[in-house]
Design a protein. Structure first.
Length: 943
């Protein structure tokens, strides 16, 4: 190895190079003598382990020597990204450098930076950087462009550092990214074909495959032989990052994304049936380890399952529903479903262990929920998603939860809208892939509208309105230079409609993304620190119920096993609950009652939970304490009487929900009327109910009229400083089916119970209470700032009166004019307009209006159809921009609520600036502003 290679590969001081060269060893092309070829081991390219230890030691010494003591490592807290203790809205953009010319990288990064992006994300595709087989052959990794110039990822990261940007790197191993084999190298497939690597297996023992090229088999993620390859790849990425001091604060890397959308972009796939995984030998071994940890001893396992195994190795995971006839038999199905989430954790931890030098946070990006709401081909899809994706579990492994989209066009479709909301509210974190570039039509996503700006803008605002702590523009750049070996299916440009074209010209999306970035740069740190669950109303997720429903949705099948009913968690559960809240503009959120600590549960005033026969002991105890400490728990259907092992445990029943009840069948077609508190609220029930006998301190809440027979069907019990409420029937139905028009008849039930018994209420709404309009309120009590998001799917431009709740609890309002299928956010500080982002241009439908925000005598408006943004940068400075101005000279008169302004300055894209004349008109100022597309970066208004 030459001095030049060492300096180029590792960016080392020349003083250290002679010492390293003297220690150089020869690369090994196979496993060490005497080792198993299926045993993971490390192979280092160009030098032996001792040399790499020297390299790592040197790099760590240098890092310590040059690190500023005032700098802190990047971190996430409650889903919010921090650098040096300062919160940031994670506004980022993806740039697939591996599809572009090396000579284009610098200019495109400059354009991304000008889009007000500080963080660049990018995959480091294994397939792109490996030349031959470096483990069992004579191959090596090229990170410096020795064999192909756009493999020089070192130069790419150096550019990011030079330009003052940050980076989130994504080394896979599987990355998708529309690459052949998802970025895995061909020799992995060859090893599967030769039998050295076992393929991932579905429940039918068929190999799971990838679509590009069609039918190529995917490796079992924990196969020992495959792990030798994964380990070698990730340790080389690790060493490359560490040796070059690329981690913050010395370098630009602030996070690592490990894996992609699950393991093989399959985080939301089924736990049984088509595209289920993984029944390979290695996974089944992990499953046995899992159940051994779960049950402790084989005697325990046998006792709970009604089996007589003499060895853990005799136990095979279930594959398909075989009509269990007892609760003991059903437990085996819950075991596999629980393992499905733990499998993701185990793979993550194994791969993470191959990167010991990484000190920045790890993020993950599971897919958004897909089979949800009215998607009839996979009615229990949400249950599979809830079974596989457990952010609390992954957080315990050191993985920060994020997510992607790819579920349709929410500005135009109800089901994708609901999917976005469900995904964002499941657990707070950043959206790590939002579609700003892919317009290829496909049956899953209806992406063709994404050639325009409106769908991308709306989707990003929708995610943010429901708690997203960041948005990733995926991708920022269209590219046109890659080999067919990397991607044999797609043609340039790819993706086709990114904000920046391959030649560096700006598409229309660029200006809106730039404007959003400007807003988040100033307002983001306050927005992410604002509480987005102000209504304090939550749906309680209990994952084991999702595990059950994922296996079989037929109530008769579960009754055959001795259960009361099929557990309803997502389908015929949260889907109906979410729909009912949306109709009333009530904020919707979710909480995992099993894995969330009591201190977090207590943040919610009221939790609704569809409950069934069993609930683990720890969760029952936690819910009792939640109520005692002041929470209101609403149980529907049944009070649990068994624990997680199907053994008797009745803490909830004995302590709070103690009234005896019996089953009464109801009509499955015609609803029965349910009267709450003598008719204060009237709802409905179907199918069956519990007929209740009141005892103790229980207070009657509701009666049901079953064709003249009156039954007590709901009661409440004060306990501690809270209370438990039991509804002996199931009020939630799927929005698509809406059995018996139940959703309409029960709309308002949540608000009635929450308001009357928990003091919880909606905070923001539109005056017309249109089902096509969503209003969400965030409150930052630290800085006395309120943010109100307004999303409309109305088909024409309108002016809405928007009501919100101020910091004193008083209802206030403002008027907002916005175009069709658009969104806006309004920041309010001390009762005055602080900031706003209003998109008044709908480029899909060619519908335009003049943006206008009116609060008392204060105005933010443009007199020409356009998009307008106002943010507060400091106590004495505001920032404003307009784009997509519909006038010949790209100018418009604007009004801003800043009557104490002392000056207005136009800051141009080239860095120059010029003073702008303005006049004070009442409580506002007026001046002429020019479109950002005419060379203007923004306007500064000084006070």
């Amino acid at each position: 190895m030459s001095v030049e290679i060492l300096k180029k590969d590792f960016d080392l001081d020349a003083r250290f190079v002679p010492q390293i060269i003297r220690s150089l060893g020869k690369a090994k092309a196979g496993p060490p003598a005497g080792s198993s070829r299926r045993e993971p081991w490390l192979v280092f390219h160009r030098c032996n382990k001792g040399v790499f230890a020297v390299l790592l030691t040197i790099s760590l010494i240098l890092a310590l020597a040059f690190a500023s003591p005032t700098n802190a490592a990047p971190a996430f807290s409650e889903g919010v990204f921090y650098i040096d203790g300062t919160p940031y809205f994670l506004w980022s953009a993806d740039y697939p450098y591996y599809r572009d010319n090396r000579a284009d990288w610098s200019g495109q990064l400059d354009r991304i930076k000008a889009m007000n992006v500080k963080i660049v994300t990018f995959y480091i595709p294994w397939r792109h950087h490996v030349v031959g087989d470096p483990v069992y052959g004579t191959g090596f990794y090229d990170f410096t462009g020795q064999t192909q110039d756009n493999r020089d990822v070192k130069y790419f990261i150096d550019l990011i550092r030079q330009k003052g940007l940050y980076a989130i790197v994504k080394p896979g191993p599987f990355v998708h990214a529309e690459l052949d084999y998802g970025g895995l190298p061909q020799y992995v497939s060859d090893a599967i074909k030769s039998g050295k690597i076992e393929a991932e297996k579905d429940s039918s023992d068929l190999a799971t495959t990838w679509l590009q090229p069609l039918g190529i088999k995917l490796p079992a993620a924990l196969d020992p032989y495959y792990l030798t390859y994964v380990q070698d790849w990730l340790i080389h990425v690790n060493d490359f990052i560490v040796a070059n001091n690329y981690q913050y604060p010395n370098g630009p890397i602030v996070a690592i994304q490990l894996l992609n959308e699950g393991i093989y972009s399959n985080a939301r796939e089924r736990i049984t049936g088509f595209r289920s995984y993984d029944w390979s030998l290695s996974s089944r071994d992990e499953f046995r380890n899992f159940i051994q940890n779960r049950y402790g001893t084989l005697d325990n396992y046998n006792a709970f399952h009604g089996t007589s195994y003499t060895s853990w190795n005799q136990i095979e995971p279930v594959r398909t529903w075989a009509n269990p006839t007892s609760k003991q038999q059903a437990l085996a199905y819950l075991d596999w479903a629980e393992y499905s989430a733990d499998f993701y954790r185990r793979v993550f931890l194994k791969y993470k262990s191959y990167m010991p030098g990484i000190t920045v946070p790890y993020v993950i990006n599971p897919n958004a929920v897909y089979g949800y709401y009215d998607y009839l081909s996979d009615l229990s899809g949400v249950e599979h998603w809830l079974s596989r994706i457990n952010p609390e579990l992954m957080g315990g492994a050191g993985a920060v939860h994020g997510y992607t989209n790819w579920v349709g066009t929410p500005a135009y479709e109800n089901t994708p809208y609901a999917r976005y909301v469900f995904t964002a509210t499941r657990y707070r974190g950043p959206n790590l892939e939002d579609n700003w570039a892919y317009s290829k039509n496909d049956p899953l996503n209806n992406n063709e509208r994404y050639k325009f700006t409106t769908p991308s803008y709306f989707a990003s605002m929708l995610f943010t309105a429901f708690g997203a702590t960041g948005i990733n523009v995926y991708t920022a750049v269209s590219t046109d230079n890659w080999t067919s070996e990397l991607d044999s299916a797609n043609t340039p440009p790819h993706p086709p409609d990114a904000p920046i074209a391959p030649d560096g010209t700006y598409r229309n999306k660029y200006w809106t993304a730039q404007q959003l970035g400007l807003f988040f740069a100033d307002e983001g740190k306050y927005l992410v620190r604002a509480e987005f669950r102000q209504s304090k109303i939550a749906w309680g997720i209990y994952p084991p119920y999702a595990w059950a429903d994922a296996w079989n949705t037929d109530p008769a099948k579960w009754r055959n096993a001795g259960f009361y009913d099929v557990p309803r968690s997502g389908y015929y559960g949260v889907d109906g609950f979410q729909y009912m809240l949306k109709k009333k503009d009530t904020e919707f959120t979710q909480v995992n009652i099993k894995d969330t600590p009591l201190s977090e549960l207590q943040k919610y005033k009221i939790i609704f939970l569809a409950a069934y026969d069993w609930m683990d002991r720890s969760t029952q105890d936690k819910l009792v304490n939640y109520v005692y400490n002041g929470g209101v728990l609403v149980l529907t259907d049944l009070v649990p009487y068994l624990d997680e092992n199907m053994q008797p445990y009745t803490k909830l029943k004995d302590t709070i929900f103690y009234c005896p009840d019996v089953t009464k069948d109801l009509s499955a077609t015609f609803t029965s009327e349910v009267r709450y508190n003598n008719g204060e609220f009237i709802g409905a029930a179907l199918w069956r109910t519990r007929s209740i006998t009141l005892t103790g301190n229980a207070i009657l809440l509701a009666t049901l009229n079953d064709w003249g027979w009156i039954h007590n069907v709901a009661y409440r019990v004060p306990y501690g400083t809270g209370q438990g409420i039991f509804l002996g029937f199931h009020p939630w139905v799927n929005p698509y089916n809406n059995d018996g028009n139940m959703l309409t008849k029960n709309t308002g039930l949540v608000e009635y119970l929450a308001g009357k018994y928990a003091g919880a209420k909606r905070l923001a709404w539109d005056d017309l209470e249109s089902p096509e309009v969503d209003v969400q309120e965030f409150i930052n009590t630290e800085n006395n700032i309120i943010y109100v998001f307004v999303l409309t799917k109305e088909t024409a431009a309108k002016t809405y009166k928007i009501w919100y709740t101020d910091l004193t609890g008083t209802a206030q309002s403002f008027d907002l004019t916005i175009t069709a299928r658009s969104a806006a956010v309004v920041g309010i500080e001390n009762g005055a307009i602080r900031s706003t982002m209003i998109r008044a241009i709908n480029d899909v439908d060619s519908l335009y209006t003049t943006p206008k925000l009116v609060s008392g005598s204060s105005l933010v408006e443009a007199l020409t159809p356009s998009d307008i943004m106002l943010s507060r940068r400091s106590a004495n400075k505001y920032i404003m921009s307009v784009t997509n101005v519909m006038s010949a000279d790209k100018s418009t008169v604007v009004h801003l609520p800043l009557p104490t302004a002392t000056g207005v300055v136009r800051v141009n894209s080239d860095g120059s600036s010029v003073s702008v004349p303005f006049t004070v008109v009442g409580s506002n100022i007026e001046f002429t502003a020019y479109d950002t597309q005419s060379g203007v970066a923004h306007y500064e208004i000084n006070l």
